[in-house]
Design a protein around this ligand. Structure first.
Ligand code: HEM
Length: 449
């Protein structure tokens, strides 16, 4: 063979990028940060199934993916090529460099293995009564007979649950001080999060105030860690902190422990609360589904309630996309993408695609009870592969129990049939007005038990 064909073949191995909007990076960052749920579907229609964006900081190249077969290439790809930890860099200033979300390869696997026992099937069964008890305690104080946002009520329950799962029974005064600080840290705006990439900003206004709150939260966490290190009978305790301190071969530093605790506190409550807020929002707008859900709640049949939680996450994915940074060139979606590019499986685009979910705008939990339910390739609110959400099972269990406890007690009505708009809160997409619904106590005759 002559040298010429070889020379011609070289460009084939060269890297290539999909098309994307030509707009300035600042505009693209703004639209992506605040309006991705509206902008990304438009981009897909205009540019196709893979789209290139340029996003701050450092004008990163991001490739959006909308087809399950392309997303599978990412989730089943090598964890040395597809770095999720690097893809989550925006969370670094909040969660810390040792967080399971920020690590990659062997370091990631090691920490993930240490955390997993707290979220396996046996552990989940143990948490059901805890969730039911906390929900019952809280529903007594809820406003009834008038429209009010249900999102804050869900946040209060899920925060209490995750505090108990992470710390177990502990110093009440410290927990009381920790609660509002975690709430403030978790409601950080995307703008404050981006400031993590621009250190000089940290000395000013809202950024400085945010750091002060974070420091106060850290002081309390370090105090709890110090006390627990000297506590007796840790082996009899099942909370995450005690488990991490007693795991064989684990000798985590205080900083490493702090980062995992913050990760679980932040990743483990706002997400579930938001999914539940959307679930109640949809139940209130769909009386026939509400009636079915109340009937199964009375009958203690959790399968349908699980389907309600899943369908809420399909229709309103709390996290719209996941990210992996390429450490070397890789074939994805028919392109040979260069190292340094971030690939983004866009959960929201797949979940709203009619090809995978017939009548995608309808809230229809039954689709998860069909003989042929959505697969893990077309329904993946918890991401995928070796980075799939560690709390997925926990979150679904928690949602079923909370739905059951609330639906056996209350009727839920919407103020308007129109869906509530979205608001980007940190990395989650929440109902803008907190999912306003009216709760009224159910009449005894209408309850089965
Ligand atoms: C509706 C609720 C939740 C949603 C929608 C959600 C979603 C996600 C997503 C999309 C990821 C990234 C997966 C990927 O990159 O492929 C993730 C990771 C993670 N989530 Fe969740 N999550 C939820 C609840 C929870 C809960 C309750 C916990 C803990 C109790 C939790 C802990 C984590 C952790 C530790 C990771 C990092 C896993 C790793 O990198 O190995 N999440 N979650």
């Amino acid at each position: 063979m002559s040298a010429a064909p070889h020379a011609a073949a070289a460009p084939d191995r060269a890297t290539s990028l999909p098309p994307g909007p030509p707009w300035p990076m600042v505009v693209q960052t703004f639209l992506f940060g605040g309006y991705r749920h509206r902008w990304l579907p438009t981009l897909r229609r205009r540019y196709g199934d893979a789209v290139l964006l340029r996003i701050a900081p450092r004008s990163r190249r991001m490739v959006l993916l909308a087809r399950p077969e392309h997303i599978r290439e990412v989730f089943s790809g090598s964890s040395t090529t597809f770095h999720a930890g690097e893809g989550n860099a925006i969370l670094g200033p909040l969660m810390g460099p040792h967080s399971v979300l920020l690590l990659d390869e062997d370091d990631h696997l090691k920490v993930r293995r240490q955390l997993m026992p707290a979220f396996n099937g046996a552990a989940l069964r143990g948490y059901r009564d805890l969730v039911a008890g906390i929900t019952r305690e809280q529903v007594g104080g809820w406003p009834v007979g008038r429209h009010a946002p249900i999102h804050p009520r869900m946040q209060a329950i899920t925060l209490e649950v995750i505090l108990r799962v992470v710390f177990g029974v502990t110093d009440r005064a410290r927990l009381a001080a920790l609660r509002p600080l975690v709430e403030r840290v978790v409601s950080v705006s995307p703008l404050i999060m981006v400031a993590g990439f621009y250190p000089p900003l940290r000395n000013y206004g809202p950024w400085r105030r945010h750091l002060e709150v974070q420091e106060r939260m850290d002081d309390l966490l370090y105090a709890e860690i110090a006390e627990r290190r000297t506590a007796d009978s840790l082996a009899d305790r099942h909370d995450v902190l005690s488990r991490l301190l007693t795991t064989p071969e684990s000798s985590l530093t205080d900083e490493e422990l702090r980062d995992q605790l913050v990760t679980l506190l932040l990743a483990g409550h706002e997400t579930t609360a938001t999914g539940l807020a959307w679930a109640f929002h949809e139940l209130a707008r769909n009386p026939a589904v509400l009636a079915s859900a109340q009937r199964v709640a009375d009958e203690r049949d959790d399968a349908y309630l699980g389907a309600v939680a899943k369908e809420a996450l399909r229709l309103h994915p709390v996290i719209y996309e996941t990210a992996r940074v390429l450490t070397e060139p890789a074939e994805v979606a028919g392109y040979r993408l260069p190292a340094g590019v971030t690939v983004m499986p866009v959960i929201g685009l797949v979940h709203s695609d009619e090809e995978h979910h017939p009548r995608p705008r309808e809230f229809r939990p039954e689709r998860f009870l069909d003989p042929d339910p959505p697969s893990s390739h077309t329904w993946f609110p918890f991401g995928g592969g070796v980075r799939r959400c560690l709390g997925a099972g926990f979150s679904l269990m928690e949602s079923e129990v909370i739905l059951r406890e609330v639906l056996t007690r209350f009727d839920v009505r919407a103020g308007t049939s129109r869906p509530e708009a979205l608001k980007a809160r940190n990395v989650t997409l929440a109902p803008r007005r907190g999912a306003r619904v009216m709760l009224t106590p159910r009449r005894p005759g209408r309850r089965l038990r």
